[in-house]
Design a protein around this ligand. Structure first.
Ligand SMILES: [Zn+2]
Length: 228
């Protein structure tokens, strides 16, 4: 384990995560709505232009878990640095943490996974095709199989999956396909092990409600990448 590498990863993870709460706050809107022009918590208007998006710090004094967001960004990046080491895959996966964390924040707030962010996550993984051209066909196949399987579940009545979940699962399966089939399987199984008990606990306490699946999918992919 290289200590400077781990420190660098922690600084990268924490400093990029610090910018995400404001962006998530503005993008966490119902489907079809434009990004928020004013804070949903205190009603204060955001600045127009880039200044309204770029802000380090809690977006609003009412923003929950700002410190936790930074801590998760740093921890996930450190975990990747420790497990992947100084490999060419490390910067690719570190970069993917940024759209991944943003998607998790938005899904937790409004049960949505905006297409442009899911596509952005896919774009950050494009260098994997250059690093492992031998894995390109299996990776695309993994994405296709997972897309078809999750689409079927989403179309079942009471399937509990949204189309955003289907697209995110397919993108993540493609990324994991570059690490091998065991990683794809881990990435498929772990999200259900995370959300299943939570859904059951809520149901038993009479508080059954739709759960965001995106954070579980992303956590599953992280575990798959770091244990592959
Ligand atoms: Zn506010």
């Amino acid at each position: 384990m290289s200590v400077p590498l781990v420190i660098l990863a922690a600084v990268f993870g924490a400093s990029t995560a610090a910018f995400l709460p404001r962006v998530a706050h503005r993008l966490a809107v119902p489907f079809g709505d434009p990004a928020r022009s004013a804070c949903a918590l205190c009603g204060r208007s955001f600045a127009t232009g880039p200044g309204g998006w770029v802000r380090v710090g809690a977006s609003c004094s009412g923003f929950p878990a700002y410190g936790l967001t930074v801590l998760v960004g740093a921890s996930v990046s450190v975990l990747l640095a420790v497990t992947l080491g100084p490999s060419p895959q490390l910067p690719v996966h570190l970069l993917a943490v940024v759209p991944g964390l943003l998607l998790a924040l938005i899904d937790l707030r409004c049960l949505r996974l905006p297409d442009p962010l899911v596509a952005g996550l896919g774009v950050t993984a494009l260098p994997l095709a250059l690093l492992r051209p031998d894995r390109l066909v299996p990776a695309l196949l993994a994405g296709l199989v997972v897309f078809a399987a999750y689409l079927m579940i989403a179309l079942l009545p009471g399937g509990g999956l949204g189309l955003g979940d289907v697209k995110l699962a397919a993108v993540l399966a493609t990324i994991l396909g570059f690490a091998g089939w065991p990683a794809v399987v881990t990435g498929l199984v772990v999200p259900h092990l995370i959300n299943g008990p939570i859904a059951l606990a809520l149901l038993l306490r009479g508080r059954g409600r739709p759960l965001p699946f995106g954070p579980a999918l992303l956590a599953g992919a992280l575990i798959a990448v770091t244990t592959a």
